[in-house]
Design a protein around this ligand. Structure first.
Ligand SMILES: Cc1cc2nc3c(=O)[nH]c(=O)nc-3n(C[C@H](O)[C@H](O)[C@H](O)COP(=O)(O)O)c2cc1C
Ligand SMILES: CCCCCCCCCCC(=O)C(=O)O
Length: 374
């Protein structure tokens, strides 16, 4: 398929399906267990309809907005995804450069195959970069990651709170997933080889993948609100929690003093049959009551999805898998092309819905299919 035939984000995925090796494709593509949440993330957007306003002079559309006070060219940002160099040799550096070209925010996974510092050096400060964090059993290593991110110019920490254990991903178990030997967990250069080696010995039985064993060896499953408070006490930059799906937890996040919430079910990779993120957004937004910004990821594939998320109260959305598909297609250039495509779809959706600027998008622009009152 040539570049000119790519007309939607699905085309990038199809290209990856045809070209990536099975170990990487399955790791990137799959969700947990029966993948019900994975499918729901996209389907739920289809159950929301847009109520367009007309006769609004849409000759000039402004897609710009801010995330945690920093300017971005559109509310479409890049979610953290681990091990991007399995998709393309330039991996996370290519993604970071594409984010700068697109003037959008990129979140770097702490399980990246390029280090925090190398990604910072490959891009520049003109677009915001956030660092995703897990709470590792080794608390000193966790603290060091926060400090390294701050020192390298990352402007926020996104603490992932939905992964005390890794979700059960059947394809990775069948494949007995392995990180290709030429790659490392670059933020743990000193311990990566030892730990990954250790994971291999860690009872990688018929019931587990190398992934689950590695995560179990590294991540602190006692993860609780006291860890959120600890991260807040260590970090000099804003802290968001990633992985909130309920009003109850959203209120606790506000009480813990976080600076933002990412409504996320980890792309359907953790608890299968958790609800679609777009179906959780409104209750979180209402619970937060404007005190902090709320973001969303999961299943965003079209410009109309972006508009729906903003209408339901998200400040911006984050894309996970589409970035990996675009990377595997053409590295930095592929990611730029994919981000441009969905931004243009969003611009058109705004115009056809009668919105000239992002702040024009509001709750009245959407309703649930089959129920005109919601
Ligand atoms: C291959 C892959 C790796 C991921 N790695 C991480 C990670 O290291 N840290 C994290 O917080 N979330 C991780 N996620 C979850 C994403 O940040 C995001 O929540 C999800 O991909 C959004 O859904 P989408 O892929 O449908 O856009 C990963 C997702 C995928 C698909
Ligand atoms: C055999 C070594 C594998 C190293 C595993 C790293 C685990 C990454 C998990 C990232 C993640 O959040 C995801 O959804 O996947």
């Amino acid at each position: 398929m040539s570049a000119t035939q790519f007309v939607s984000l699905d085309d990038f995925e199809q290209h990856a399906v045809n070209n990536l090796d099975r170990n990487a494709l399955d790791y990137y593509q799959s969700g947990a267990q029966d993948m019900i949440t994975l499918r729901e993330n996209q389907r739920a957007f289809d159950r929301i309809l847009i109520r367009p306003r007309v006769l609004r002079d849409v000759s000039q559309i402004d897609t710009t907005t801010t995330v945690l006070g920093q300017q971005v060219s559109s509310p479409i940002c890049i979610a953290p995804t681990a091990m991007q160099r399995m998709a393309h040799p330039d991996g996370e550096c290519a993604t970071a450069r594409a984010a700068v070209k697109n003037q959008t925010c990129m979140v770097l996974s702490s399980w990246s195959t390029t280090s925090i510092e190398d990604v910072a050096a490959a891009s520049n400060a003109s677009a915001p970069k956030w660092m995703q964090l897990y709470i590792y059993k080794d608390r000193e290593a966790t603290r060091k990651l926060i400090e390294r991110a701050q020192d390298s110019g990352y402007s926020a920490i996104a603490l992932t709170v939905d992964t005390p254990y890794l979700g059960r991903r059947l394809a990775d178990i069948r494949n007995r997933f392995r990180l290709p030997p030429h790659l490392t967990m670059a933020n743990f250069a000193d311990q990566s080889k030892a730990q990954v080696g250790k994971a291999e010995k860690l009872n990688v039985s018929d019931n587990a993948s190398g992934l689950a064993a590695y995560v179990a060896s590294q991540i602190d499953p006692t993860l609780s609100w006291k860890h959120v408070e600890w991260v807040k006490s260590v970090a000099r930059i804003p802290v968001l929690v990633k992985g909130i799906l309920t009003a109850e937890d959203a209120r606790m996040a506000v009480r813990a003093g976080v600076d933002g919430i990412i409504v996320s079910n980890h792309g359907g990779r953790q608890l299968d049959t958790a609800p679609a993120t777009i179906d959780c957004l409104e209750e979180v937004v209402q619970a937060v009551d404007g005190q902090i910004d709320v973001f969303l990821d999961g299943g965003v594939r079209r410009g109309t999805d972006v508009l729906k998320a903003l209408a339901l109260g998200a400040k911006a959305v984050f894309l996970g898998r589409p970035v990996l598909w675009a990377l595997s297609y053409k590295g930095e250039e592929g990611v730029v092309e994919m981000l441009d495509m969905i931004k243009e779809e969003f611009r058109l959706a705004m115009a056809l819905a009668g919105c000239v600027k992002v702040s024009d998008i509001n709750r009245d622009h959407v309703r649930m299919a089959g129920n005109p009152r919601l």
